[in-house]
Design a protein around this ligand. Structure first.
Ligand code: XIL
Length: 318
């Protein structure tokens, strides 16, 4: 059984973030093809990558990812359009008026979604708009436009690719708290205004053994607003080196998070943030931690993989 086959039993996808630079590694490519029915570019579609100098575009990696997904009949989660990180230097160090920033944002969203019009299943249009206390993150976008930037970006994306599902994606919103409530309020207000918002992504970067217990309930609360929900960047890190106990705790949490999704009708799928422990962002961002994915450094399935299959197989139909 593969992750994608197990997810398909309940009409869901199972995805992973991919790095096109690794497409010449055979075992990586094989797992990426066999196990996943959706892919997310881990970095390839971010603004700093696609427009490193103003007006100078590099779609090489993004195109490679899209071609790979097409060849393997995989959905693509476009990631991401508007964020406060991985912005090109020309943008962050430039001095732009609020009006100019608004236009730059609209032009970027229009260009990127338009380029891949029809090819993208879902776009993370706005990424990580809130701080952990539920306040708006003071990004250049917020500073220029206030909260309206979210709606403006959504409209631009919808105009350029009306068929793509448009998402807001964030972390630390998987459990009840101020950040979750801020996002819930935003989604409720956007739906009231009939803004083109289709879904909410729950990143789900957790520590093994500490995945939240109330995730199913939280995702259901968002679904009740009339949006799809998805687990978009799942990984469960542990202190290195891994031992049997932490691998088991990790497996239990993979089952818990996937179980939360399969018990919410509008949860469309789960994606992990990477394929194997050989290539994961965790060790370089959380010092001393790693081993966060269902496949180990040798590309072998871990207890987390088998727990994921089991949780998916128990999945309620969508
Ligand atoms: C991470 C990538 O995995 C790293 O390679 C990169 O250096 C930084 O960004 N939330 C997100 C993702 O939405 O885009 C981030 O990806 C991880 C956290």
């Amino acid at each position: 059984m593969t992750l994608k086959a197990a997810a398909a039993l309940s009409g869901r996808y199972f995805g992973a973030a991919l790095d096109p630079d690794l497409f010449d590694e055979q075992p990586y490519v094989q797992l990426a093809r066999e196990q996943f029915s959706a892919v997310t570019p881990e970095n390839a579609m971010k603004w700093a990558v696609v427009e490193p100098k103003r007006g100078v575009f590099d779609w090489h990696a993004a195109d490679k990812l899209v071609a790979f997904a097409k060849a393997n009949d995989q959905k693509i989660r476009g990631h991401n359009l508007i964020w406060h990180e991985q912005l090109p230097d020309w943008l962050t160090s430039g001095t732009f008026t609020p009006t100019a920033l608004r236009q730059l944002m609209i032009d970027h969203v229009t260009l990127e979604t338009g380029r891949y019009r029809g090819a993208i299943y879902a776009w993370d249009v706005v990424n990580e708009p809130f701080a952990d206390d539920g306040a708006w993150r003071p990004s250049i976008w917020f500073q220029a436009m206030g909260p309206d930037y979210v709606e403006i970006a959504l409209h631009a994306a919808h105009a350029a690719d009306p068929g793509a599902k448009l998402y807001i994606n964030d972390y630390n919103v998987e459990s009840a708290g101020p950040k979750m409530r801020a996002l819930h309020d935003l989604v409720a207000s956007l739906k009231r205004k009939a803004a083109p918002l289709d879904g909410v992504g729950f990143e789900s970067h957790f520590v093994a053994g500490k995945a939240p217990d109330d995730m199913r309930g939280v995702m259901q609360k968002f679904a009740d607003l009339g949006v799809d929900v998805a687990v978009t960047e799942l990984d469960l890190r542990m202190k290195l080196p891994p031992d049997a106990k932490s691998l088991d705790a990790q497996a239990a949490d993979y089952a818990k998070v996937i179980g939360a999704c399969v018990n919410v009708k509008r949860c469309v799928g789960v994606s992990t943030w990477g394929v194997t422990d050989a290539h994961s962002w965790i060790p370089s961002f959380f010092s001393g931690y790693g081993a966060a994915l269902p496949f180990d450094e040798k590309y072998k399935p871990k207890p987390a993989f088998f727990a994921a299959i089991e949780a998916l197989t128990r999945g309620a139909p969508r």
